[in-house]
Design a protein around this ligand. Structure first.
Ligand code: UDP
Length: 311
């Protein structure tokens, strides 16, 4: 296959490039580099089966030649990033998704949208199943990301129904691993960075809010299986092992021998922090035969090793 991956220089986009190249496909990576970094794909430079195009997908995408699949992963994705780039986040989810769908339609290519657990907002059911419509504050600080992704899902289904584009939607839950940006503000790089500097880990609120962390290789495998399937409704991909942020901080301090402990902070930037989050992966299990395999200790070990060279 010849595949376009938008957001190719980002955390997930770059791992997708590696996976599809390893499977023998030809990859065209596209990124405007506002939150992505070419360091993530530097190892692919010079390969005949990989091309990088520096382009903002909110503008018309011109691509010569045939295309078999479009994976639309371009978007700021951490709360810090989408608060810094609120308009760009709304534009890439709306105009960018429209353009990426347009390419897929013109080329007769399959289209896969990177959606998110954020479309569930601060969920009122637990764990979250794909048929839960969500609890999103449209005008809250997270609204720029949540509503952009909700619109992206809607326009993806519209192209599927009206134009018969062969579409997939993955709802990605918290994912971690090498190539996350140390300064992206998310809890995994924040805590590991602080721990490696022997600083106290910053717990926002009382730390009772929960998340469920999926290692990047498991997530990429779920996305690969979804693209290869014929399933067009949304599928949650994430690791259902849930823990409080307090427990997670204690684990990071233990794994890094950080003597500095914890400090509690009010997170003034991000009101509307979801209090619980855990994927129901029944659908992924039954339709894709997928479930995560990398346990948190192993995944964190790889991630800590990656960040050691960067702190
Ligand atoms: N968090 C924290 N300390 C930090 C960064 C994040 O306690 O230094 C908390 C944050 O309030 C949230 C959780 O960790 O409850 C996960 O935050 P993240 O930014 O990783 O992503 P989210 O899941 O909220 O999109």
């Amino acid at each position: 296959m010849r595949i376009l991956i938008t957001g190719a220089a980002g955390f997930l986009g770059s791992h997708l490039c590696d996976r599809f190249l390893a499977e023998g496909h030809v990859v065209i990576g596209m990124d405007n580099l506002i939150t992505g970094n070419t360091d993530n794909i530097a190892h692919l430079a010079g390969r005949a089966d990989f091309t990088f195009i520096h382009h903002d997908v909110t503008n018309y995408i011109y691509l010569a030649g045939p295309l078999d699949a479009v994976l639309h992963f371009a978007s700021p994705a951490s709360p810090i990033d989408y608060l810094m780039y609120p308009i760009q986040t709304l534009k890439v989810g709306s105009l960018g998704t429209h353009n990426a769908l347009g390419v897929a339609k013109a080329k007769g290519a399959r289209f896969l949208l990177a959606s998110t657990s954020e479309i569930y907002g601060d969920p009122l059911i637990h764990p979250q199943t794909e048929d839960y419509p969500g609890n999103v504050d449209t005008i809250g600080p997270r609204g720029v990301y949540d509503e952009a992704k909700r619109f992206a899902e809607a326009i993806t289904m519209a192209y599927h129904r009206a134009h018969e584009v062969d579409t997939r939607i993955v709802r990605i839950f918290n994912t971690y691993g090498p190539r996350m940006r140390l300064d992206d503000g998310r809890v995994v790089p924040n805590f590991i960075g602080q721990a490696l500097r022997h600083e106290s880990l910053t717990i926002y609120g009382d730390g009772s809010q929960t998340r469920s962390f999926c290692y990047v290789s498991d997530l990429i495998d779920g996305i690969f299986r979804l693209l290869m399937s014929d399933f067009t409704d949304p599928v949650n991909i994430g690791n259902p092992t849930e823990m409080s942020i307090l427990e997670f901080a204690q684990l990071v301090n233990t794994l890094t021998d950080n003597p500095a402990g914890l400090v509690y902070k009010e997170d003034l930037r991000i009101k509307g922090d979801p209090q619980t989050r855990q994927p129901d992966i029944t659908r992924a299990r039954s339709i894709l035969g997928w479930e995560p395999h990398v346990d948190l200790n192993t995944g964190l070990h790889h991630t800590i090793e990656y960040f050691k060279d960067r702190v």
